[in-house]
Design a protein around this ligand. Structure first.
Ligand code: NAD
Length: 292
């Protein structure tokens, strides 16, 4: 059993912290919204982020964006300083690669970026995928902790590599989902049924996760968000955030990502026109209306 400080108990953090407690760990929890801590029964209510970090073997953040992560670890009352010299620090938020590397370099203790995929359902079920960047010896230490919250734990490389994997993965997903939506809309106009396109594409060279697990039209995959009016799932707002981070990173390193840039533009327009709270596969409605 380890003692763990956990900061950021929102949609993802609260179920992750609950799974740590279920696995027998002692959790000290902090969130700027006091009500959020109530969602983690059995946790010690820490008075501040620094208090949650004090004395813990492992300290975890699950915060909205880069600025929150930098402030929480390195700002006034920073958690990195408050943590024990031999503590291992983990940020599970999705942030840009440069910030992840800067915070890791400044933390003064082993610091790993460990963003996740799997969404709220994966966080609840303890089946998240963790993409981890940081030193190999620190990765070996945190793996059993992450296993209480996830099923697939991948060491991607040094600091920032976890964030890089997450951004690249989601850029592929956004482009794949968008073109899958376009194909279903084209099929509709050509008089080809959704099921017929699915039956062919899911068994041929167009096969993908976006098609076979998350099919953007109702019917072929009963569990996909298309069957529940595109209730997320993975919201278009979060996809927009990740595409923005991917473009920031691409610019930083001079990578050419024209499809990623186009996907960012499409999701920005979808979000601006009321799609923020919809599942990202709901972008099919905008394509169907010819607004893309
Ligand atoms: P959320 O907004 O539900 O939760 C964030 C929590 O952090 C909130 O409870 C907020 O009060 C708290 N917080 C903000 N600033 C704080 C501070 N300085 N100190 C302490 N607490 C603070 O967000 P979420 O959906 O849980 O997402 C968290 C991270 O996980 C994000 O980086 C997101 O991109 C990533 N992510 C989310 C999903 C998803 O499906 N929701 C999936 C994968 C990754």
């Amino acid at each position: 059993m380890a003692s763990i400080g956990f900061v950021g108990l929102g949609n993802m953090g609260a179920p992750m912290a609950r799974n740590l407690i279920k696995a027998g760990h002692a959790v000290a929890a902090f969130d700027i919204m006091p009500a959020a801590i109530e969602a983690v029964p059995g946790a010690r209510h820490a008075a501040s982020a620094a208090d949650a970090a004090t004395g813990a073997d492992f300290v975890i953040t699950m915060l909205p964006a880069s600025t929150h992560v930098r402030d929480a670890w390195l700002g006034a009352g920073g958690m990195a300083k408050a943590a024990r010299a031999d503590a291992t620090l983990i940020d599970c938020s999705t942030i840009d690669v440069t910030t992840a590397r800067e915070v890791a370099a400044a933390a003064g203790r082993p610091f790993l970026d460990a963003p996740v995929s799997g969404g709220v359902m994966g966080a609840e079920a303890g089946t998240l995928t963790f993409m981890v960047g940081g030193p190999a010896d620190a990765f070996a230490k945190i793996k059993p902790i992450l296993e209480a919250m996830g099923r697939t734990i991948v060491h991607c490389g040094e600091a920032g590599a976890g964030q890089a994997a997450k951004l690249c993965n989601n850029m592929i997903l956004a482009a794949t989902m968008t073109v899958t939506c376009e194909a279903f809309v084209l099929a509709e106009k050509l008089g080809l049924s959704h099921q017929a396109l699915f039956d062919v594409a899911s068994k041929s060279s167009a096969q993908s996760w976006a098609l076979t697990t998350y099919c953007p039209v109702p019917g072929p995959v009963p569990a996909s968000p298309a069957n529940r009016d595109y209730k997320p799932g993975f919201s278009a707002a979060l996809m927009l955030k990740d595409l923005g981070l991917a473009q920031t990173s691409a610019k930083d390193v001079g990578a050419s990502t024209p499809l990623g840039a186009h996907a960012l533009d499409l999701f920005r327009r979808f979000v601006e026109h009321g799609g923020a709270g919809k599942d990202f596969s709901g972008i099919i409605a905008m394509l169907r209306e010819g607004k893309a």
